[in-house]
Design a protein around this ligand. Sequence first.
Ligand code: FAD
Length: 318
Amino acid sequence: MKITEHIKKADGKTLFSFEIIPPKKGNNINDLYNNIDPLMEFNPPFIDVTTSREEYVYIDKGNGLLDRKITRMRPGTVGICAAIKHKYDVDTVPHVLCGGFTKEETEYVLVDCHYLGIDNVMALRGDAMSHQKYFTPNQGGNHYATDLVKQISDLNCGKYLHDVIESTNKADFCIGVAGYPEKHLEAPSLQTDLKRLKEKVDAGADYVVTQMFFDNQKYFAFVEAAKKAGINVPIIPGIKPIAVKRHLQLLPQVFKIDLPETLISSVENCKTNKDVRQVGIEWAIQQSKELLAAGVPVLHYYSMGKSDNVHAIASELF
Ligand code: FAD
């Protein structure tokens, strides 16, 4: 079932959902299940599964030289979506990236999703690879998320690449895209970024999930500005509980987001990362309570594969 249908069916009640990352290749899927199991008591109607970009690894050739290989460390997004969907009877949302894929490869991913009965996909550009300064699409790949949304929308109309077939069985994907309450790090201004978001919606996006934020006023202002810009699809807030002290430097640096002073000092006062995790839980509970009271459609948590903190938060709310 589509995310938009889940929201409609909930009739104003806020839903609970979360995002997981595939395990590093070579690991067992049971670790993932062990983290999902406790969260199922909160009846998530859908679970997102991220896609990681390829990266370079350097293999010692033993003669003083290094061999550079390109690899994907966390493959398996669509397979994991299928496994979770069938194990828990829940909708899953694979993240589909522009970066690292040709349009043909993207089409094959979407065809797999269609055969597997996956009704939703999250369309994202992806980031630059670690050695790159700027994002560069693959030759023959989509450049911006809008281009990817257009490709998925075309598929929904039975239009495949290269017009080589006539479809008798159209896909009907519900398409999610990313939104940035504190603007995307490359965007010159929030207003420009909102214009780009509107382009994604005009191209066929059905809902938006936000980047993490720690000050709800940023989300409320973003939703207001988006409405003014003519964006009328659900905007789902993404919540990340701070889990380690290093997040104080890492999150602003990687995502160009602000952390409130009170949160920073609470984390700085912690003696151990166990204490930090507790501060992160309490902050996320307060954030979630206010968002719940404001009637957001879904509270969507970035679990990063470890569910104990998301479980503690959801226990207070759902
Ligand atoms: P876009 O919407 O394409 O925007 C990227 C930048 O380009 C923005 O600054 C925008 O303003 C600008 N722009 C857009 N269109 C144009 C245009 N036509 N001309 C000029 N500028 C333009 N990353 C992963 O690798 N895997 C994941 O699974 C993943 N999941 C995510 C889930 C969520 C909810 C969010 C918020 C992010 C996720 N990301 C993920 C990170 C995401 O890939 C990065 O934030 C990426 O840098 C931007 O992706 P986007 O889809 O927002 O890009």
